[in-house]
Write a protein that binds this ligand. Structure first.
Ligand code: ADP
Ligand code: MG
Length: 699
């Protein structure tokens, strides 16, 4: 196998596309959106499915849904006019017969199908009236023997102006060029511990042109060794990209921030609690990072309610005391507002004002907020995505805190990081997430970050008791709510819909509140949903927090961050439709105070096996790590990490859950390459991640 230096032949990544027959400047331009810029790129544009045109199947053995090549003799051809005028051709091969159905046809075709003519057809078999049929099959008159393919037929993702046949011709040529030119195998075979994995060239040949006996299912679901070889390489490339991000970041200096200060001491003294051991340990790790003069890149994981916010606030206090600004960014308005309340409560008594930047500010408000941040009047700025818009500049940002990381992608992380970048300095970066993920996964997904875990809940938390009740017994649940309210408890009623649409959710919530208003005439009920103006939402949340409301009807907008310790009962509608981590996040809104809390999962029978399992797990445990592990088993990593996680949703063929057994190898290989083969590192990143994402380590 060729290595980077051992060959003098031109490598495929140095051959322009225009070397291929049929590719001029115009076609080359059309191929660019597919990420194809040179001949090597053609080989890394992979099929997403296959057809088997390698063998004739007996008609008698066909199943509906199958794609097949068949051959037979025309028994009968007829133009019929029922709903639509159509040409029906019946063919038979001795094992059975089948109808070919054409809606568009010429007179010439009708004559072509004279009785006794031999045809070879390819198409999808479906159930027709009376017998199986193929609609508009590809067909040829069979004058000589059968014409079959030597390999399975690949289907590629296409783009405007580039059709399947073109892509097949291009890959044919690119595969042929493998004999004359080198494709650099950037992961030496000696590094592969799994012996069954083929070398790169063999893997590509199999994936583009699988032999007739290849296991198509394995090729489609990624379990084929050839695909695993490619997935491994893609994962290595991704990890290298993230590691380089880190290397690049750490070439910068960062503010040196002392770990001891009055501000933090004063905040601690104002609290009604002491830090748990886990909070203290993680805080120490953070403070340790911030005093080194290198940019901190740290992820703090901690279950819902573990107390991440105060850790962030204490880190912020040190940065502010050292003379730097702090940005705190959250993915939703409601969560950002919650942080604003907390930070204001902790910092304003100490004379430090906390600024607010959300997307919903009016133009004039926004302008003055931005000015206050730019001039340095505001030492702490809390907000949503609005914080990293282009027009936001800090006087001297020293620490960027991002909450609920799994909702932000790598690129947003970069954008905020760059806010503080000037003269080769970067702010420290602290990322917090309540989605616990297993170690190997974390190492791949967050390869640019160090990890700390708050693995202990504050004392006195009583696990939330969870029950599941069928919605037909809703009136009993309403009676339970009435009783809880007379006992002075506060209640959440969460309306969920399978549709992501906020407006439908809001409608469902309106219906629910009408029902509850009627059933509970004495209760003070409020409603929050994502369509409310942020001022109104705020007012209602404040009213709930200060016990002016007994019952809060809400959509899943309260999923993250809402903190009302006196609330001790939660009803979740349509619980069977929610994923485990979402249920866990929602349930985490209760059980925050000293009272025994409960959660009612209202469900619609009958439950699927999967839903039964989810609900039973929710009833059995309150442990976010256990729940995350189960979630991973049930749904797979892509889902658990969230599809909004750009950079992770962008794998071409790898799938973190399915390929998790490769991840140890991935990190070993990536480390060796980083240490000893910089050219391979650049090559892999260019091959798999491409040029469009320049911020992956500046390749
Ligand atoms: P999360 O980790 O989910 O962001 P929060 O930071 O919102 O959790 O904290 C949840 C609740 O626990 C808040 O009301 C907070 O004041 C409280 N809390 C945090 N740390 C402690 C502690 N050490 N002891 C008691 N309560 C705490
Ligand atoms: Mg939180």
């Amino acid at each position: 196998m060729a290595t980077v230096t051992s060959s003098s032949k031109t490598t495929l990544d140095a051959l322009p596309l225009t070397q291929l027959k049929g590719v001029g400047a115009a076609v080359a331009e059309k191929l660019a959106p597919l990420g194809m810029h040179n001949v090597q790129d053609v080989l890394f544009h992979l099929p997403f499915r296959y057809q088997d045109r390698t063998q004739l199947l007996p008609i008698g053995a066909l199943q509906p849904g199958q794609e097949a090549v068949i051959a037979g003799e025309v028994v009968m051809a007829d133009v019929v006019i029922r709903k639509r005028r159509s040409l029906l051709v019946r063919i038979a091969d001795g094992t059975g017969s089948l109808t070919l159905r054409f809606f568009h046809f010429s007179q010439k075709q009708v004559q072509q199908f004279s009785r006794g003519t031999r045809l070879q057809c390819f198409g999808e078999v479906r159930r027709g009236p009376g017998m199986l049929e193929m609609v508009h099959p590809e067909y040829r008159l069979q004058t000589q023997g059968a014409a079959l393919q030597d390999t399975l037929t690949p289907f590629y993702p296409t783009t405007e102006g580039v059709q399947q046949p073109t892509l097949r011709k291009l890959t044919d040529q690119a595969l042929a060029l493998l004999d004359k030119h080198d494709l650099v195998d950037l992961i030496p075979v000696s590094m592969l511990t799994e012996a069954a994995l083929p070398d790169l060239v063999s893997a590509l040949k199999i994936v583009h042109r699988p032999p007739p006996n290849a296991d198509v299912n394995a090729l489609m679901d990624g379990m084929h060794p050839a695909l695993r070889r490619l997935a491994l390489e893609e994962l290595v490339a991704h990890r290298l990209g993230l590691r380089l991000l880190r290397v690049e970041a750490q070439k910068n200096a960062a503010p040196m921030i002392s770990p001891a200060g009055k501000l933090a001491t004063n905040i601690l003294a104002s609290l009604q609690f002491q830090l748990t051991g886990a909070q203290q340990r993680v805080l120490d790790e953070v403070l340790q990072d911030m005093q080194t003069g290198e940019p901190m890149l740290r992820l703090v994981q901690g279950d819902v309610g573990a107390g991440k916010t105060i850790v962030a606030a204490l880190a912020a206090a040190q940065a502010v005391e050292a003379g730097f600004q702090v940005a705190l960014m959250a993915p939703t308005e409601i969560l950002a507002e919650q942080h604003l309340l907390n930070f204001t409560e902790w910092f304003e008594p100490l004379g430090i004002s906390v600024g607010w930047l959300s997307g919903k500010l009016r133009v004039t408000q926004r302008r003055s907020a931005i000015e206050a941040v730019a001039m340095g009047r505001e030492r702490i700025a809390v907000g949503t995505h609005a914080l990293f818009q282009n027009d936001v500049e800090f006087e001297n940002l020293g620490l960027a805190i991002i909450d609920e990381q799994h909702r932000f992608g790598v690129h947003q992380r970069m954008a905020l990081r760059n806010k503080g970048a000037n003269d080769n300095t970067l702010p420290h970066q602290l990322i917090m997430t309540a989605t616990p993920i297993p170690r190997t996964l974390a190492m791949t997904a967050y390869a640019d970050l160090d990890c700390s875990i708050i693995d202990e809940l504050p004392p006195g938390r009583k696990p939330v008791t969870t029950v599941a009740i069928e919605t037909t017994r809703r009136s009993e649940v309403v009676a339970g709510v009435a009783k809880a309210i007379t006992e002075g408890r506060q209640v959440y009623w969460v309306c969920t819909l399978i549709e992501e649409s906020e407006s439908l959710q809001a409608e469902a919530a309106e219906d629910t509140i009408a029902m509850l208003d009627e059933a509970l005439p004495n209760a003070r009920i409020g409603l929050v949903h994502g369509r409310l103006k942020s001022r109104d939402k705020d007012a209602i949340m404040q009213a709930f927090k200060s016990k002016e409301l007994d019952l809060l009807v809400a959509t899943t907008v309260i999923e993250v961050g809402v903190d009302v310790p006196n609330a001790s009962l939660m009803i979740i509608e349509n619980a069977e439709r929610l994923g485990l981590s979402q249920l866990h996040q929602l349930r985490g809104r209760v059980g925050r105070g000293s009272a025994q809390s409960s959660c009612v999962l209202l469900y619609q029978a009958p439950l699927s096996q999967n839903a039964k399992e989810r609900i039973s797990i929710m009833r059995k445990t309150n442990d976010g790590f256990k729940i995350a592990q189960k979630d991973l088993e049930i749904r797979g990593a892509g889902e658990v990490l969230g599809t909004r996680q750009t950079g992770l949703a962008e794998f071409r063929i790898a799938e973190l859950g399915r390929d998790s057994d490769l991840l140890d190898d991935v990190s070993d290989i990536a480390d060796i390459l980083l240490a000893s083969k910089p050219a391979n590192v650049r090559g892999l990143i260019r091959r798999w991640i491409g040029d469009e994402k320049k911020d992956y380590g500046g390749v």
